[in-house]
Design a protein around this ligand. Structure first.
Ligand code: ADP
Ligand code: MG
Length: 275
């Protein structure tokens, strides 16, 4: 299926670059946990807005439809679980939400920005600025202290060294690992490694945290630890998208979206408990 590219590519790049300039750096001193996402003019703009998104993989002469008309809005501060069986399209959806891949057709607006036709460099900048990724396998750099791992996204963003270190320390404290900054990943438990990965995702103050099976490699206890951390971040106003195939994990989210054969088949919200 041809891409729906009506607007010239150059215009998309210019739009994206302008929007990125407008969104330069939050205040460096507020805490990643207590800091509430910016208010004001962005308030009514959803973080995620997908309209009739299709993704079809081409395997030689065979077309594999992975997403078949997904429309979805996620507002700032929502905690959403995306569930589905293996092969239902979760990873494809996450790759699109995370700007790691683009739809075959349909529209994706990230934080109000239409990502169609944006070049790879600008997309990379968008990812770095708006999205904090947490993966099943932690993806920390081995033999590198935790705090340096957390600093990494800020180095790509060109943040000065001292500020980088301070914000990384603050993020480490926010995930409860202020006393583990000098430990290498191998010197940490799985749960602690994943919390370092969450600190790394938080350090840029992203518009959303995108976590793909974040507890998939953890024992029950460490998994619960990571889920508690997500709950705290959510309570502090963070936007979290959690991809999982486990009901118990999804039960922590306020909204559960179910995907089957590349389509959303259920989208339900759970009221906030008052006890
Ligand atoms: P899930 O993460 O829910 O297991 P995926 O998004 O990985 O599902 O896959 C959805 C469908 O798309 C599956 O049928 C899968 O085989 C197919 N698919 C995923 N990635 C590719 C790819 N790179 N090339 C071809 N087909 C793919
Ligand atoms: Mg998958």
């Amino acid at each position: 299926m041809p891409r729906d590219d009506r607007r010239p590519r150059q215009a998309a790049v210019v739009r994206a670059q302008r929007a990125l300039r407008r969104k330069r750096k939050p205040g460096p001193t507020s805490s990643p946990v207590t800091r509430t996402p910016r208010r004001g003019s962005h308030r009514l703009r959803p973080v995620i807005d997908l309209q009739d998104v299709h993704k079809t993989y081409q395997m030689g002469s065979v077309s594999v439809p992975a997403l078949r008309g997904v429309s979805l809005r996620v507002e700032r501060g929502e905690y959403v679980a995306i569930m589905g069986a293996s092969g239902s399209g979760k990873t494809t959806l996450m790759n699109i939400l995370g700007c790691l891949d683009t739809p075959t057709s349909g529209i994706y607006r990230l934080n109000g920005l239409d990502v169609r036709g944006i070049d790879e460099d600008t997309l990379c900048d968008l990812r770095n600025r708006f999205i904090g990724f947490v993966f099943q396998s932690f993806n920390l750099i081995p033999r590198t202290r935790a705090v340096a791992n957390v600093e990494l996204p800020l180095s790509y963003g060109g943040v000065p060294r001292k500020l980088r270190r301070n914000r990384a320390l603050e993020a480490m404290r926010a995930v409860g690992l202020g006393d583990r900054i000098d430990h290498a990943p191998a010197e940490l438990s799985g749960g602690q490694q994943q919390r370092v990965a969450v600190a790394r995702a938080l350090v840029t103050n992203p518009a959303m945290i995108l976590a793909d099976e974040p507890t998939g490699n953890l024992d029950t206890h460490s998994g619960a630890e990571v889920l508690r951390l997500f709950e705290r971040l959510s309570a502090a106003g963070r936007t979290i998208i959690l991809i999982t195939h486990e009901e118990e994990v999804a039960a922590h989210a306020r909204r559960v979206i179910r995907v089957r054969d590349g389509q959303i088949v259920d989208d339900s919200r759970r009221p906030v408990e008052t006890s």
